[in-house]
Design a protein around this ligand. Structure first.
Ligand code: PEP
Ligand code: MN
Length: 346
């Protein structure tokens, strides 16, 4: 069950509700929002008597039964989509967002060139890793804080928001200082110490699906971040490992509408890691828009042949520009269907 308290409830009123829940034998998990406290009651058995008793309490706004184990992020809990404000744009709203940039931050020249170009092509968020997870630990692991400083410079110059990866709970504060969205890579989707720390990071999170993770596991990890205090989580489908070897990963494209049915969180598609091949990125990007994703995150590099990581899947700057142009008719249809959905919701 999820119990939403009335706005600005007093501590003693909350305590009274918690006591009632405990009397029924359920465990309690409380989330304190800016205006409202939400309580999750976890336990087994028929919840109807408890639900009825809570609904009769004047300080309770709403008490609902939720069957999904990922309670806070489920559509049962919240019908309307979560919109996440990032700088000057919104992910999950009525504008499709494109995030683009190199896999890794490599130099000032590289990141500035990429930033100016993707901004001109219509991207709203610049990506670039300063802390890099790699398949081999002996590969380049990123420029760390120097890379973050370059991202900040690119943001100041172009107005783009920044999404960049944080790999350890120890680095959350540092990375949050320089970025607008904290990216959690596929290899860290179940790093629970890191997820827990994100609860109080004060920045939106983009959680990437693990290489061998199910949709439910992805939602459980998102739930864990929300349960620790951060509601602004977006999910990212970036392909999973299968027996197929022609593409780097297998894009589970249907995960996009499946997730949108199960959760109110925005869904981002990463066509670069999902395919590993730049020639496949425009087609998969079109598919992502058509299937109703909220955003794309695309790897783009001024000179992919010289990239220190993921060059084969990185688009050249002019190809990205062309792709953004070719996406326009799809984006118009996307916008119409999103506005129609919002009109129904009103
Ligand atoms: C990346 O975005 O460059 C990256 C390492 O992604 P993933 O965690 O999905 O492999
Ligand atoms: Mn990459």
């Amino acid at each position: 069950m999820i119990i939403s308290m009335k706005l600005h409830s007093k501590p003693e009123e909350i305590e009274e509700v918690c006591q009632r829940i405990s009397d029924f034998g359920y465990k309690i998990h409380t989330i304190e929002g800016e205006e409202r406290v939400v309580i999750a009651a976890i336990g087994v058995g028929d919840v109807t008597p408890c639900l009825e008793s809570l609904e009769a309490m004047p300080q309770v706004e709403r008490a609902v039964r939720i069957s999904a184990p990922y309670k806070f992020v489920s559509r049962e809990f919240k019908k309307e989509r979560t919109r996440i404000r990032v700088n000057n744009c919104e992910v999950g709203g009525d504008e499709f967002i494109v995030m683009a940039g190199p896999c890794s931050v490599e130099s000032e020249k590289q990141i500035m060139e990429a930033a100016y170009s993707v901004a001109e092509s219509g991207a709203k968020v610049l990506r670039g890793g300063a802390f890099k997870p790699r398949t081999s630990p002996y590969d380049f692991q990123g420029m760390e804080e120097d890379g973050l400083k370059l991202l900040r410079k690119a943001r100041e110059a172009t107005g783009l928001a920044i999404v960049t990866e944080v790999m350890s709970d120890r680095d959350v504060e540092l990375v949050a200082e320089y970025s607008d969205i904290l990216q959690i890579g596929a290899r860290n989707m179940q790093n629970f110490a890191l997820l827990k720390r994100l609860g109080t990071a004060g920045r939106p999170v983009m959680l990437k699906r693990g290489l061998s993770s199910t949709i439910k596991e992805l939602l459980m990890s998102a739930e864990y971040i929300v349960a620790h205090g951060n509601k602004d989580v977006m999910l990212c489908e970036r392909g999973i490992r299968t027996f197929e070897t022609i593409t780097r990963n297998t894009c589970d494209i249907v995960a996009v509408p499946v997730l949108q049915e199960l959760t109110h969180l925005p869904v981002v598609l990463d066509p670069s890691h999902a395919t590993g091949k730049r020639n496949l990125v425009p087609a998969l990007s079109r598919a992502g828009v058509a299937i109703g994703a909220d955003a794309l995150i695309v790897e783009v590099h001024p000179c992919p042949e010289k990239a220190v990581s993921d060059g084969a899947q990185s688009l050249h700057l002019p190809t990205f520009r062309q792709m953004m142009h070719d996406l326009q008719p799809y984006l118009e249809l996307w916008k119409q269907s999103r506005l129609a959905e919002l009109a129904v919701a009103v």
